[in-house]
Design a protein. Structure first.
Length: 275
């Protein structure tokens, strides 16, 4: 970052670009280092950079929940299970009664989604009121830690819902971020780290009725988005790694591969002559 004398917008763009290229399992350390380097960017970086989700325990009901900026008020965090802040906060922001009922239903629905797709882990949903609708965030975290394999999946889905036509239709805008890292430790191959993050957006209009309530519409969008992002991450990280390894060390005999390539080139040439 040559740019301690650069305009602040350019510094922020450089900092965000750098954070996207650094390992996600070290986001907190790298973010802290960047803030130490350019203190004037502190607020912008903290609001712009998604960090790995942290887990807290609701002692009243004995369930875990996830922490993020969307359920934080000061130094306290609101539990989706009891709607109470920890440490206790008398005037903490909470959703309206109607939205709170939807939040409870959403947590139950996405808990089922988590069990189907992730088996273990933690999921939390938080909603808040807007002038012409509401917004919310769906958080999912699954971590694995064994002797030979470590890793973590963090997904953050922020959705904004604008209700139209007296609540019979709604416009949904979804912004999803997935942070994934894996580490394998084997005596034969040593230690290998894979990691990265991906952010995507989607918008759609859907009817709102008994057969297609908000939770169903949002759930469908989140499910489709996660499936697409998982496929993209698979292609980018695992597919590319496989290609690099195959280029470095061929699994099959090199002479055999050269013969196969020669046959393929010959077939291609004959097909082009035919046209």
């Amino acid at each position: 970052m040559r740019g301690l004398a650069q305009p602040q917008d350019q510094q922020l763009d450089c900092a965000l670009d750098l954070m996207r290229r650094l390992p996600p399992q070290q986001i907190e350390k790298n973010l802290s280092d960047l803030i130490d380097l350019v203190p004037s960017l502190c607020e912008d970086l903290l609001s712009s950079v998604d960090q790995p989700l942290k887990i807290a325990r609701d002692k009243q009901v004995g369930k875990d929940y996830l922490l993020c900026d969307y359920n934080r008020d000061g130094d306290s965090y609101r539990s989706p299970w009891t709607n109470k802040y920890e440490p206790p906060l008398a005037d903490g922001a909470v959703p309206s009664d109607k939205l709170r009922r939807l939040e409870v239903e959403a947590n139950q629905a996405f808990e089922t989604y988590r069990e189907l797709y992730f088996e273990s882990g933690v999921c939390s949903v938080y909603l808040w009121d807007l002038d012409h609708g509401f917004a919310g965030v769906i958080l999912i975290k699954k971590a694995g830690d064994t002797e030979k394999i470590k890793g973590c999946w963090d997904s953050i889905h922020v959705v904004e819902v604008q209700e139209k036509a007296q609540g019979k239709n709604a416009h949904y805008k979804l912004t999803s971020t997935v942070m994934l890292w894996l580490q394998t430790i084997k005596e034969t191959s040593g230690t290998m780290n894979l990691g990265g993050s991906l952010t995507r957006q989607a918008e759609t209009d859907s009817p709102v009725n008994e057969s297609s309530p908000h939770i169903v519409n949002i759930g469908r969008m989140v499910e489709d988005m996660e499936n697409k992002m998982r496929s993209t991450l698979d292609q980018i990280y695992f597919g590319k790694t496989k290609d690099v390894v195959n280029d470095l060390r061929s699994v099959s005999d090199l002479k055999q591969k050269m013969n196969q390539k020669a046959i393929a080139d010959e077939l291609l040439a004959k097909m082009q002559q035919g046209h």
